[in-house]
Design a protein around this ligand. Sequence first.
Ligand code: ZN
Length: 240
Amino acid sequence: MKVTVVCEHNASMDSEEGKKAYPEGLGVCLKTMLEEAGHSVTLVRTDETGADALTDEIIDNTDVMFWWGHWYHLKVSDEIINKVADRALRGMGMVFLHSAHDSKMFKRLLGSSCSLKWREDGEQERLWCVDLTHPIARGLGEYVDIPHEEMYGEPFDIPTPDELVYIGWFRGGEVFRGGCVFKRGLGKLFYFNPGHETYPTYKLPAVRQLLCQACAYVAPQIPLKDKICCPHIDGFSVKD
Ligand code: ZN
């Protein structure tokens, strides 16, 4: 499967904690994880200049797109958001990680503010599985523990998920819908809250297994459809 990892680079990743968590880079960590699962992976680095490295050719050849961003969501152009959203609605799978809840892409597909409660304490998060039969949770037991993570809490302004797989619990008492699936058009997307850049969350075997299972779950089940709409609409076009 062709997987694209869109991963922002920010100054926090260059801090002592950031380099200690991911000496190779967080994006490279995700890329390697997916390659080990047998996928062909393209890593696209975004930064304060935007996401121009996410070219049409890459978008048009992606089966599943991972999206990690934090500081520079607003730098991603609307043109790129339109293209990725179009492909997602035609069946491309998407996995949104951590602060991607605040990305233009996630908000576009969900249609709400996606705001949440926040605290950066680096405390334990326990993700309780609320659907033990779900393919994303296969073989992972009743819960997944993250030793250190940023707290994301309810209320989380999202539409009711089509499938709720995990609810995160934090030592501060907060809870959070941290693992949920949404169906949009012919595509599926999965949101997973853990993954702040200064904690090595994506090195945890259980998290790697969960994300690889999420990748397989949101993958297109049928060939991607061309855009089809009423020909009277101004600007009507059908992709080649
Ligand atoms: Zn964070």
